[in-house]
Design a protein around this ligand. Structure first.
Ligand SMILES: [Cu+2]
Length: 470
């Protein structure tokens, strides 16, 4: 994790560079200019220059779409098109998205805003956009064939509605959906409250990202669109660890993280070091009495969740999906489980024929993160990420919440690794060890000796209620 994120400035004081040049003052009668983003960096929050004021969100490895005000209407221009998305430094995918990126830009409006969205279709097939979770006229719901004819290739359609309720929403195609979502077409939408809302807290930092899943063969660029469940890349905003930026906050900031799931399975999102509450869902703010503390919340398919907490513990805290195969990058699924199999003798014999021969997995898979195995040109290691103490051995849906005392308000720059106070880190025991009842040889049996065939073992079972049994 290097300092390539140093582009961040004190965000409170600035407007995203993309915004100032974005909305041209000319041709108010025509289409708003389609702003394109070419980088996968996290852009600073886009401070509203006109319309009702609000506190903007930060889209992880993404950006907010600038708009223009036209006679009291907030106008946006989305372009559905093929894009090249950098999944991680040096690793690219050929996806479909909006305005140069997958996911598309975040749309931020304020409760009560009249919104007009021009959607230009530059895909090779028809599309539509469904405004997931919104209250709107039926004809604006974006379901191809049901509420409107799909937008033909090359055409532009206009959606217009009032953002009636505040909250966290998404947008995605509702035409050839399996293909278009497998190709990365999705985006985030935030409707900020118009005034202080009893159930919507003011927060110091407000992050958002979408959960995504792709099936891309190592070395390939294009997702397999017929995959139903067996995806091999799991992403936050179409990025994989170590390509996902950290969420950087000041100690004692009140933090909100908005997560939406447009994959084909649920993702238990887990935060280390803090307890949070789910303060909002796709249906709106959660009543105070219905909130409870958690460290993991499951985000089911098609759902949005808003997590909120006080960031009062300094450090580099993991934030990840708790399905362990979702924190790995593309892997071969047909690697057999070899934990506990001793093939030293076999390896020696094969190595006489094939000098480079190596065996994976007999002591677990951690070796994978350290050995520099030859990889195809366009892919990422399965388990990777250099931390201050070695490989983090992660991939996919993994990043960090970085809590720092010295971080300035509005500064989202990566502060580097946390300097743990002396004496506060797990350390090696230097004293004597009792001999454990299991084999010590590396690559030896992984089961305690007593549980192998032909040996008896005594087990004490305690039944619920405290009565000893056997
Ligand atoms: Cu997951």
């Amino acid at each position: 994790m290097v300092s390539r994120r140093d582009f961040f400035l004190g965000a409170g004081a600035i407007t995203a560079a993309v915004a100032s040049s974005a909305v041209s003052r000319v041709s108010l009668a025509g289409l708003p200019e389609a702003v394109i983003q070419t980088k996968a960096d996290t852009m600073p929050p886009l401070q509203p220059q006109n319309g009702r004021p609000y506190n903007p969100v930060v889209t992880l490895n993404g950006w907010t779409l600038p708009w223009r005000m036209n006679d009291g209407v907030k106008e946006f221009h989305l372009v559905a098109e093929p894009v090249v998305r950098e999944l991680a430094p040096g690793y690219k995918a050929h996806l479909w998205g909006y305005n140069g990126q997958s996911p598309g830009p975040t749309i931020e409006v304020v409760e009560g805003d009249r919104v007009r969205i021009f959607v230009t279709n530059k895909l090779p097939e028809h599309t539509s956009i469904h405004w997931h979770g919104q209250r709107l006229p039926n004809g604006m719901d974006g379901v191809g064939g049901l509420t409107q004819p799909a937008i033909p290739a090359g055409k532009t359609f206009v959606y217009e509605f009032v953002a009636r309720r505040p909250g966290t929403f998404m947008y995605h195609p509702h035409a050839d959906e399996m293909t278009q979502m497998a190709m990365g077409m999705m985006g985030f939408w935030v409707t900020h409250p118009r005034e202080q809302h009893p159930l919507i807290a003011e927060v110091d930092r407000d992050f958002c990202f979408l959960l995504g899943a792709y099936d891309i063969e190592p070395g390939a660029y294009t997702p397999k669109i017929m995959t139903m469940l067996d995806f091999n890349l799991f992403t936050f905003n179409s990025r994989i660890f170590p390509g996902i930026d950290p969420l950087v906050v000041c100690k004692d900031d009140r933090v909100r993280i908005r997560v939406g799931n447009l994959t084909m399975t649920n993702h238990p999102i887990h935060l280390h070091g803090h307890e949070f509450e789910v303060t909002g869902t796709d249906g709106g703010p959660v009543p105070t009495g219905a909130r409870w503390p958690e460290v993991t919340t499951d985000v089911a398919v098609g759902q949005m969740r808003q997590l909120e907490f006080l960031a009062d513990e300094e450090g580099d805290w993991a934030l990840h999906c708790h399905k362990s195969h979702h924190t790995m990058n593309a892997m071969g699924h047909d690697v057999p489980t070899l934990v506990g199999v001793d093939h030293r003798d076999l390896t020696r014999k094969i190595a006489k024929l094939i000098p480079d021969y190596m065996v994976m997995g007999e002591r677990g898979m951690a070796d994978m993160a350290e050995m520099q195995m030859p990889l195809p040109d366009n892919t990422a290691p399965m388990m990777t990420g250099d931390g201050p103490f070695g490989s983090v051995e992660m991939g996919g849906m993994f990043t960090m919440l970085k809590v720092r005392k010295e971080q300035k308000p509005g500064d989202y720059r990566d502060p580097g690794w946390f300097r743990q106070p002396a004496g506060s880190r797990a350390y090696e025991w230097q004293g004597a060890l009792a001999e454990p009842l299991r084999a010590t040889a590396a690559g030896g049996p992984s089961l305690p000796l007593g549980q192998r065939a032909g040996e008896t073992v005594e087990v004490q079972v305690r039944k619920p209620g405290g009565h000893a049994g056997h």
